[in-house]
Every structure is written in structure tokens, then in C-alpha cells.
Ligand binder design. Structure first.
Ligand SMILES: [Zn+2]
Length: 124
């Protein structure tokens, strides 16, 4: 049971659904949902409602904390590389490639490079 976690929604316990009623007879309350997995907000929220409740309360402060975008970002050939994969017609194997969204240039990459979130060809 230790791998269960709570929904981070600020009002999760206020939504009156049967599955939120917990506790022993005579002292049952609506409680924050607790699950091993959630499908919203990077596995932190039980529903879009809870995700939105959190953002409405903390979103502005979170954006200010991590850095608010104050000018337009530009997609150029220096930062338009995206990982994708295709199928090798002869072997039926997956082939991993980097595709530049501006120039359409393709470069083969390994599966390890595809899975590595730190590996990038983007320089800006
Ligand atoms: Zn929730």
C-alpha cells in the first residue's frame, strides 16, 4: 500500500463521489483520492478538474518560479530537431531518426539516443 499516492488537486476531497467516501462507520468523510497511478498532470491528478483546480490556485506562482515567457520563442533549423521512428521495410524493425521540422533533413539515431531525454541535436 506504500506506493499509493494522493491526488494533488486542491479540492479533490470536495467532489462528492462514492469512491471518495472513506473511514469507519459513523465517521465517514469525503477524502482526497489515493491511487497508484493518475492519468493527468504528469501522474499527479485524478482528473482534469483536479488538475485545473491546482493550476487555478498555484499556476501563476509556478510559472513565475520557473520563468515566465516574456518574449516570443522562435522555431529555427537550430532547434527544430524532433525524435521519431519509422519501420524498416525489409526487416520490419523500428528505425529511430531525428527529423528537422524546418529543413526536413533526417538523421539516423540509435534506440539509446531516442530514449535519452538529454540527447538532442538542438543547439538553441
Ligand atoms: Zn483529485
Amino acid at each position: 500500500m506504500s506506493d499509493l499516492k494522493f491526488c494533488q488537486g486542491t479540492k479533490c476531497h470536495q467532489y462528492k463521489t462514492k469512491d471518495r467516501i472513506k473511514g469507519t462507520k459513523g465517521s465517514k468523510t469525503y477524502q482526497t483520492r489515493r491511487r497508484s497511478n493518475f492519468y493527468y498532470g504528469g501522474d499527479n491528478f485524478c482528473s482534469m478538474n483536479c488538475y485545473n483546480d491546482w493550476f487555478n490556485k498555484y499556476g501563476d506562482r509556478a510559472i513565475d518560479h520557473f520563468g515566465r515567457t516574456t518574449k516570443a520563442k522562435h522555431l529555427t533549423e537550430d532547434n527544430a530537431w524532433e525524435k521519431t521512428y519509422d519501420w524498416d521495410n525489409r526487416t520490419d524493425d523500428r528505425v529511430y531518426i531525428y527529423v528537422n521540422g524546418i529543413t526536413k533533413e533526417q538523421r539516423p539515431i540509435t534506440e539509446e539516443q531516442y530514449e535519452d531525454n538529454n540527447y538532442t541535436l538542438n543547439t538553441s
